[in-house]
Structure formats: structure tokens, C-alpha cells
Design a protein around this ligand. Sequence first.
Ligand code: SAM
Length: 256
Amino acid sequence: MSASQERKLPDAMQEETSRVPLTVRGARGVEQARLGRSAGKLARRWYIEDWQSWRPRLFEWYFTKTRVGSSTRAEEEAVVWSFVDPQIRPEHHVLDVGSGTGIYTARLVTKCSRVFAVEASPAMRSYLTRRMDREGEGLRSKVEVLRGRLPEPLQVHGSFDGVVAIGVLNYVENLDAALKALAAPLSVGGWAVFSVPPDTDAGRKYLRQERLLRRRVYVRSDSEVVAAANGAGLTVQGSRTAADVTRVVGAVFVGG
Ligand SMILES: C[S@@+](CC[C@H](N)C(=O)[O-])C[C@H]1O[C@@H](n2cnc3c(N)ncnc32)[C@H](O)[C@@H]1O
């Protein structure tokens, strides 16, 4: 509560509000707080866990078979690869966090030596495992699918040359901790390519659309992203927005 919302009640009103401390919010403030609490309760009921709402087949269908899905995806991929391609080397070990159905995983393995796909959703993990079986040895021998949920530290061993996290930070409230978790396994000089929804009209429209699907999205300003990245030991090298709502950021781990 800000100082301006606080005020002393006149003596005459104090009896009526005997259960309220002497320094309280004004009546409007109390009402707002009550509304806020109800909205908070409603929100807790409405939103489902970030990783529980995903239907892998529907996800794939939308991005491969619908016109809007496939053009959004094509635009996003072009921006993502424009950051990844100059960095990735055939000997690299790369993390794909929030790997989903493995759209990026499947292409990353063609460009590097090993990919660790980290994913919170059991449905997405089993879809990716089945995809690896379907698509054969090339994918299976180079990919490991792991359980992990940002912003918790990733349960991986050794150091990595790069990390990709596309479309996952959208659903993580604590960006500082999430970027620290992404950067921690990187060796110094390692690269990171991640996306966040921007705090723009388009970003907020997307947030409202996702709300209808019961997913809670967090939009970020550029300065928030840069500060969180710096706090994680990442130096931002550039960013570009794809399809209005995916701000893709390229960064390098300088340690810290
Ligand atoms: C929009 S999809 C993106 C999938 C993939 N990166 C792509 O671009 O096709 C987001 C994915 O992040 C996963 N996810 C959501 N919250 C997560 C979290 N806190 N930690 C790890 N994965 C998460 C979801 O289960 C889902 O598979």
C-alpha cells in the first residue's frame, strides 16, 4: 500500500471500524483490496500450470497445417536461426529448454554434436521421444530428453556451448532466476538465444489470448530483459521481434 492510500480515520468513524487498525486504507482502498483478493483467487483457479496445458498433436497441427500458424512459425524460425547460425558449431553441445514437440531440437541436431532437450510437460517429453524413434537414429543418437522446469536450476552435468529457449520464458514469472538457470550450464563465451513476449500492444493482446487458454503470460520491457540477462552474466548482443509477439534475444555468457 502506498503512503497516499493510507489515511487516519476521524474519531467518529473509528468505532464502526473497530476491527480495522487506526491507520487503514480508505473505504475505496479496502474495497479495492477485497476485489484484488477475489481477482487473485479467481486467477489462481483459472490459470493452469504453465506446462500442463499443452497438447502436442494440436500444437504441431496448428504450426504446420494452419495458415496463420505456419506463417507465424516461419517468421519466428527465420529470426531464431539468424541468431543461432552464426554461433553454432558442429562440435557444440546445446540445450533446448522448453523444447516442446522438438521443432528446434530436430534442426539443432543437424548443426551440432549433441542436444539436451529440457521440458516440463510430460506430454511434450513423450511426444518428442516418440518423434525421435520415428525419425530414426540420426535424432535418437544425438538427443537426450530431460525433465526440467524453469526457473528451477537445470539438472544437467558438464558445461554447454549454447542454449536455446524459444516460447518458454513467456510462462515464467521470475525472469531473473530463469535466465540464471539457463546461463549456469554455459561455458564462458557460450551463446544463448531466447525469446520473451514484448511489453507492447501486440504483446499484451497475445497475453489476453493466452489467458483464454488458461495460460498466464508475462510480457517484458527491453530494459527488464537486459537487466535480467546482465544479472545472469549474459551480455545481450541483439534482439529482433518476430510476428509482433516473439522478441528473440541473442546473448553471450561472460561469466559471473
Ligand atoms: C510455446 S511452447 C514452445 C516449444 C518449442 N520451444 C517451440 O518453439 O516449438 C512452450 C513449451 O515450454 C514448456 N514449458 C512451459 N513452462 C515451462 C517451464 N517453466 N520450464 C520448462 N518448460 C516449460 C511447455 O511445456 C511447452 O512445451
